[in-house]
Ligand binder design. Structure first.
Ligand SMILES: [Zn+2]
Length: 145
Protein backbone atom coordinates (compact mmCIF):
# COMPACT_ATOMS: atom_id res chain seq x y z
CA UNK A 1 0.00 0.00 0.00
CA UNK A 2 1.45 3.34 -0.96
CA UNK A 3 1.63 6.16 1.56
CA UNK A 4 -0.94 8.32 -0.25
CA UNK A 5 -3.56 5.64 -0.08
CA UNK A 6 -2.87 4.78 3.59
CA UNK A 7 -4.44 8.10 4.69
CA UNK A 8 -7.68 7.49 2.78
CA UNK A 9 -7.74 3.86 3.88
CA UNK A 10 -7.20 4.87 7.53
CA UNK A 11 -10.20 7.24 7.45
CA UNK A 12 -12.32 4.46 6.04
CA UNK A 13 -11.39 1.49 8.25
CA UNK A 14 -9.70 3.12 11.24
CA UNK A 15 -6.09 3.64 12.21
CA UNK A 16 -5.86 0.41 14.22
CA UNK A 17 -6.68 -1.70 11.17
CA UNK A 18 -4.05 0.16 9.14
CA UNK A 19 -1.43 -0.36 11.84
CA UNK A 20 -2.35 -4.04 12.13
CA UNK A 21 -2.00 -4.44 8.35
CA UNK A 22 1.37 -2.68 8.35
CA UNK A 23 2.64 -4.97 11.13
CA UNK A 24 1.44 -8.00 9.20
CA UNK A 25 3.19 -6.71 6.09
CA UNK A 26 6.43 -6.16 8.06
CA UNK A 27 6.11 -9.67 9.50
CA UNK A 28 5.68 -11.12 6.01
CA UNK A 29 8.66 -9.16 4.66
CA UNK A 30 10.85 -10.41 7.53
CA UNK A 31 9.73 -14.02 7.10
CA UNK A 32 10.32 -13.83 3.34
CA UNK A 33 13.80 -12.39 3.95
CA UNK A 34 14.61 -15.25 6.33
CA UNK A 35 13.54 -17.75 3.68
CA UNK A 36 15.75 -16.07 1.09
CA UNK A 37 18.76 -16.05 3.47
CA UNK A 38 18.28 -19.64 4.66
CA UNK A 39 17.83 -20.82 1.04
CA UNK A 40 20.97 -19.03 -0.03
CA UNK A 41 23.00 -20.56 2.81
CA UNK A 42 21.76 -24.15 2.49
CA UNK A 43 21.83 -24.20 -1.31
CA UNK A 44 25.59 -23.55 -1.32
CA UNK A 45 25.60 -27.22 -0.19
CA UNK A 46 28.17 -27.03 2.60
CA UNK A 47 29.14 -30.32 4.23
CA UNK A 48 27.61 -29.04 7.46
CA UNK A 49 26.23 -25.96 9.14
CA UNK A 50 27.08 -25.18 12.74
CA UNK A 51 24.83 -22.73 14.52
CA UNK A 52 25.48 -21.16 17.83
CA UNK A 53 22.99 -21.79 20.59
CA UNK A 54 21.63 -18.38 21.41
CA UNK A 55 20.09 -17.83 24.79
CA UNK A 56 17.06 -16.04 23.35
CA UNK A 57 15.08 -16.28 26.58
CA UNK A 58 17.97 -14.64 28.40
CA UNK A 59 18.25 -11.92 25.77
CA UNK A 60 14.50 -11.31 26.00
CA UNK A 61 14.91 -10.50 29.69
CA UNK A 62 17.03 -7.51 28.74
CA UNK A 63 14.50 -4.73 28.22
CA UNK A 64 16.86 -2.90 25.85
CA UNK A 65 17.23 -5.94 23.59
CA UNK A 66 13.87 -7.70 23.88
CA UNK A 67 12.01 -5.98 21.05
CA UNK A 68 14.96 -6.12 18.64
CA UNK A 69 15.62 -9.77 19.45
CA UNK A 70 11.96 -10.70 19.00
CA UNK A 71 11.83 -8.92 15.64
CA UNK A 72 14.84 -10.86 14.36
CA UNK A 73 12.88 -14.11 14.60
CA UNK A 74 15.93 -16.14 15.58
CA UNK A 75 13.96 -19.30 16.39
CA UNK A 76 12.29 -19.11 12.99
CA UNK A 77 15.67 -18.68 11.27
CA UNK A 78 17.08 -21.72 13.07
CA UNK A 79 13.94 -23.73 12.29
CA UNK A 80 14.26 -22.89 8.58
CA UNK A 81 17.98 -23.73 8.46
CA UNK A 82 17.32 -27.03 10.25
CA UNK A 83 14.56 -28.31 7.99
CA UNK A 84 16.32 -27.11 4.82
CA UNK A 85 19.52 -28.90 5.92
CA UNK A 86 17.47 -32.05 6.30
CA UNK A 87 15.86 -31.51 2.90
CA UNK A 88 19.20 -31.01 1.10
CA UNK A 89 21.22 -33.57 3.07
CA UNK A 90 23.39 -31.06 4.91
CA UNK A 91 24.53 -31.97 8.43
CA UNK A 92 23.12 -29.55 10.99
CA UNK A 93 24.98 -29.03 14.25
CA UNK A 94 24.00 -26.79 17.11
CA UNK A 95 26.98 -25.87 19.25
CA UNK A 96 26.69 -26.39 22.98
CA UNK A 97 25.22 -23.31 24.63
CA UNK A 98 28.38 -22.85 26.73
CA UNK A 99 30.82 -23.16 23.81
CA UNK A 100 32.89 -19.95 23.98
CA UNK A 101 32.96 -19.25 20.24
CA UNK A 102 33.74 -15.55 20.64
CA UNK A 103 36.21 -15.86 23.50
CA UNK A 104 38.37 -18.64 22.04
CA UNK A 105 41.35 -17.81 19.87
CA UNK A 106 40.84 -19.60 16.55
CA UNK A 107 44.62 -19.83 16.13
CA UNK A 108 46.00 -21.09 19.47
CA UNK A 109 42.85 -22.07 21.37
CA UNK A 110 43.48 -19.77 24.31
CA UNK A 111 40.27 -18.52 25.98
CA UNK A 112 40.04 -14.81 26.56
CA UNK A 113 37.57 -14.52 29.43
CA UNK A 114 37.68 -10.74 29.59
CA UNK A 115 36.26 -10.19 26.10
CA UNK A 116 33.36 -7.74 26.21
CA UNK A 117 30.50 -7.35 23.75
CA UNK A 118 31.85 -3.99 22.63
CA UNK A 119 35.25 -5.48 21.75
CA UNK A 120 34.81 -5.93 18.02
CA UNK A 121 38.38 -7.02 17.40
CA UNK A 122 39.77 -10.26 18.80
CA UNK A 123 43.40 -9.77 19.78
CA UNK A 124 45.35 -12.68 21.22
CA UNK A 125 48.80 -12.85 22.82
CA UNK A 126 49.76 -15.39 20.12
CA UNK A 127 49.62 -12.56 17.58
CA UNK A 128 46.17 -13.20 16.09
CA UNK A 129 44.23 -10.04 15.38
CA UNK A 130 40.88 -10.68 13.78
CA UNK A 131 37.32 -9.41 13.53
CA UNK A 132 35.45 -10.81 16.53
CA UNK A 133 32.66 -12.39 14.47
CA UNK A 134 35.07 -13.91 11.96
CA UNK A 135 37.06 -15.44 14.83
CA UNK A 136 33.83 -16.88 16.29
CA UNK A 137 32.81 -18.20 12.85
CA UNK A 138 36.12 -20.04 12.45
CA UNK A 139 35.68 -21.58 15.89
CA UNK A 140 32.16 -22.71 15.00
CA UNK A 141 33.35 -24.13 11.65
CA UNK A 142 35.94 -26.18 13.58
CA UNK A 143 33.42 -27.17 16.27
CA UNK A 144 33.29 -30.85 17.09
CA UNK A 145 30.80 -32.60 19.31
ZN1 LIG B 1 45.84 -17.08 20.14
Amino acid sequence: MELMSIGKFAKHVGVNVVIRNLYKRLHDIRTNHLHQCSNEIVKTKPSRIVMEHLNVKGLMKNKHLAKAVAEQKLYEFKRQIQYKCEKYGVEFVEADRWFPSSKTCSSCGQIKSGLRLKDRLFICSCGLKLDRDLNASINLANYSI
